[in-house]
Structure formats: structure tokens, C-alpha cells
Design a binder for this molecule. Structure first.
Ligand SMILES: [Zn+2]
Length: 147
């Protein structure tokens, strides 16, 4: 049987074996770490930010197949975007890309850990570089309420 579900499944396995944007950026402008103790996923994301744009992004750490696949997709989506555009990345952008819209609640954390890390890195950067930005607290709240 070959269906859409199988294609997505293959994509996830593929990304987990050959993750995209996997590695470290030594001279990053911001980095953030978070983990999902329920599964054991643990992800660091490094970003280079120039002129309010994410010029490079890499992730490293360990995660299950869903976590690695979603981190690959997310870093691809994020690269080249302005900070404002990164803010607007929605969980459905990631889930939809891999056919995970109906993921069980327990696996959602695997899928969205990297998005949480990116949003956390963003408010960390904004807090450090854009003084008095009222968006920082809002973004912090968005990241906390992601799942
Ligand atoms: Zn996981």
C-alpha cells in the first residue's frame, strides 16, 4: 500500500537519518536550549542574525524521528526570514509540512520542541538587542503556550 501517509512517514525517517541544518554555529548571535523529558528530546538551536534577518540557523542535540524531522523542516523555513516573519511561523506550518496535523497529544511536544526553542531564542535576542520592545513579553508567552 502506498498512500500519502506513507510518503510522510518516509520523509520523517529520511530527515531523522539525514537531518538538514544539523550542526553548530560557533559565532552565533543567539542560542537556546530546551528539552522534552517525556521523550528524551534535547535540542539546541544557534542563529546568526543580521539586519533583523536570520541569515543562518543550525540545530544540534538528540531527538526522536519526529523531533529531528520537525527541526529540519523548521530550520529550513526559518532561514532567510526576518524576525517578524519568524514570529509568525505557526505550529501548523511545521505539522502540515510532514502530515502531522493529527498527531497524538503526547507526540506534539516532540514535533513542536524546535519551534519552542526558535521562539525562545527570538525573545532572548529581542530582549538583548531591542530594548523596550513590548513584544518580548508577548513572545515569551507565545512560546510558553505553544503546547
Ligand atoms: Zn520525541
Amino acid at each position: 500500500m502506498t498512500g500519502t501517509a506513507d510518503i510522510y512517514h518516509e520523509m520523517i525517517i529520511d530527515y531523522s537519518r539525514n537531518p538538514i541544518n544539523f550542526g553548530e554555529i560557533k559565532d552565533h548571535d543567539v542560542t537556546f536550549h530546551d528539552s522534552n523529558p517525556l521523550c528524551g528530546d534535547s535540542i539546541d538551536i544557534d542563529m546568526k542574525i543580521d539586519d533583523n534577518k536570520v541569515t543562518d540557523i543550525k540545530f544540534h542535540g538528540n531527538g526522536c524521528a519526529i523531533c529531528m524531522a520537525c527541526s529540519s523542516v523548521l530550520t529550513e523555513i526559518t532561514k532567510g526570514k526576518t524576525l517578524d516573519e519568524v514570529r509568525k511561523i505557526d505550529k501548523n506550518d511545521i505539522l502540515g509540512e510532514l502530515g502531522l496535523e493529527h498527531l497524538q497529544a503526547v507526540r506534539i511536544k516532540c514535533a513542536l520542541l524546535s519551534l519552542k526553542v526558535v521562539k525562545s531564542a527570538l525573545y532572548t535576542y529581542m530582549g538583548e538587542h531591542l530594548n523596550d520592545s513590548p513584544d518580548v513579553d508577548k513572545l515569551k508567552e507565545e512560546a510558553a503556550n505553544l503546547y
